[in-house]
Each structure stands twice: as structure tokens, then as C-alpha cells.
Write a protein that binds this ligand. Structure first.
Ligand SMILES: [Zn+2]
Length: 77
């Protein structure tokens, strides 16, 4: 949905994205706390929403993947 701009569930094209507004407390969006300090250790998650059926996807920018991988809080499968 992020890349195609088309909902994989209903083929809708009215897609919006909700992203954090920069507040590490996640007041608008979604966060992953990766380090001890709130300001430097937060990775923001973008939420894509299909306005036709309500399906959502969450994506993390690739430049933030290493931050998550280096977090002591992750569980590798
Ligand atoms: Zn949809």
C-alpha cells in the first residue's frame, strides 16, 4: 500500500498516512522506543490507512532499521 498506493484488500486508492509529529511520546502516530533516552532512541512508525475499508499497514523508514536492530529490546526470530 505504501509503494503501490492501492489497498491490497479492497483495491481502494484513497490511502492516507499517519506519521508521528515529532513528539517521542507518540501523541500522534506510533513509536518504537529503542534506546534509554526518549529523544534519541525513538523510531517513528508510519501508518498507512485505506479510507475505503480501514485496512492499515505500518512501515519504518529503512534508515531506522539499524537503530531497531541495535536495540536491546528486540527479539530476533
Ligand atoms: Zn481497502
Amino acid at each position: 500500500m505504501k509503494n503501490t498506493k492501492i489497498c491490497p484488500k479492497c483495491s481502494g486508492t484513497n490511502i492516507i498516512v499517519i506519521q508521528n509529529d515529532g513528539h517521542p511520546d507518540g501523541t500522534y502516530g506510533n513509536n518504537i522506543q529503542c534506546k534509554a533516552t526518549v529523544l534519541s532512541g525513538v523510531v517513528f512508525v508510519k501508518r498507512y490507512i485505506c479510507c475505503s475499508c480501514g485496512y492499515t499497514e505500518e512501515w519504518i523508514d529503512r534508515e531506522n532499521i539499524d537503530t531497531i536492530l541495535n536495540s536491546k529490546k528486540i527479539i530476533k526470530l
